[in-house]
Design a protein around this ligand. Structure first.
Ligand code: NAG
Ligand code: NAG
Ligand code: NAG
Length: 314
């Protein structure tokens, strides 16, 4: 058995072609940690244990690592929702249109939300649920990656792109190309430094005034009277419709939030433009940093509601 620290270090070096790359996922996990309230924190530490240094950060890459294994191939469709929309002209996510077979990131979030608190499951199954949910974190993480909420050209995998002089594709540029360059340029290649910076922005900096809108899960156009909360989503799936594996309101709104970038920004480049050195990079960075911060903050809020009964966040 590899020491946890070694596994963590190696996984950090393996470039991922799935979901936010390993660095994006770990950062989402590390951002979530300081926002967990007592019972959620205690659950996370106990369930993940020393294998993951009691932290959602190191556990965040597990779901991407296993999805290529035969035993977990069933989980591959759970990492995204292929929105059959038409960017950049029109963007939308619809659970009936885009997740009709019941296997997508939206149903997976519902599934692992129920499983993580299901006392009839084994400790191993609960840890798996947390990693999926905490892979849910990855899912809450992936759901903030615009190209995980897009069907066009296989979520951009079939769109050629250049990153720092290397041939790549649009999906990979978003998963890891831009993030890896940003980490090297601004954060000394440390996901911990990046995560701490994002946490500080949420607590006292540029994200402070907007963070509450990230965890209110109704679109701005929804009348205040019919807005939905994380608490209502959790009550719905645990109490009103126990184990109903259908998309919940908050993840759907969050998917729509990411998918909107597919119309406003993601496809706005010209053939031959280097997406990791040009103005595309400069303009993508604030979007990606905010999406990663949102992923961590939402994950903490979700776990806090599940274990402590309230988001306990400003
Ligand atoms: C494990 O977590 C502790 C406390 O958060 C931290 O100080 C330490 O650096 C972590 N170890 C590794 C190998 O990441
Ligand atoms: C729910 O979780 C179980 C256990 O991991 C898995 O077998 C099943 O495929 C999941 N279903 C969905 C829709 O995510
Ligand atoms: C789209 O790209 C053009 C050319 O680089 C730029 O002027 C414009 O501001 C971009 N639009 C958005 C929404 O980023």
């Amino acid at each position: 058995m590899k020491p946890a620290y070694l596994a963590f270090t190696l996984s950090a070096l393996v470039p991922s072609v799935y979901g936010w790359g390993a660095n994006g996922h770990m950062t989402v996990g590390f951002v979530a940690m300081p926002f967990l309230s007592p019972k959620a924190l205690s659950f996370v530490q106990t369930s993940l244990g020393s294998t993951y240094n009691k932290s959602l950060g190191p556990a965040a890459t597990w779901a991407d690592e296993v999805r290529s294994q035969t035993a977990f191939s069933w989980s591959a469709p759970l990492h995204f929702v292929d929105a059959e929309d038409n960017p950049p002209t029109s963007c939308s996510v619809s659970e009936t249109r885009d997740c009709s077979n019941g296997e997508c990131i939206l149903t997976a979030i519902a599934n692992y939300t129920t499983r993580v608190v299901d006392q009839s499951l084994s400790a191993e199954q609960i840890q798996e649920a947390l990693k999926f949910l905490g892979a849910f974190m990855m899912f809450l993480g992936d759901i903030t990656q615009p190209l995980h909420v897009e069907a066009l050209k296989l979520g951009g995998n079939d769109i050629a792109a250049t990153c720092s002089g290397s041939s790549s594709n649009l999906h990979a540029v978003w998963d890891s190309g831009i993030i890896n360059k940003l980490l090297a340029a601004n954060y000394g290649n440390s996901v911990n430094t990046w995560a701490n910076t994002l946490v500080t922005r949420i607590k006292t900096g540029t994200y402070k005034s907007i963070a509450s809108s990230w965890i209110s899960c109704s679109s701005i156009t929804t009348p205040v009277s019919s807005r939905r909360s994380i608490e209502e989503d959790i009550f719905d799936i645990l109490v009103l419709r126990p184990r109903a594996i259908t998309p919940l309101e908050c993840p759907l709104v969050w998917a729509q939030d990411s998918n909107a970038f597919d119309c406003s920004f993601v496809f706005n480049f010209s053939a031959g433009q280097d997406l990791c050195t040009s103005s595309y990079f400069t303009n993508a960075v604030p979007i990606i940093e905010q999406q990663i911060a949102k992923g961590g903050y939402r994950l903490a809020a979700w776990l806090n509601v599940l274990f402590d009964g309230a988001t306990n966040l400003p």
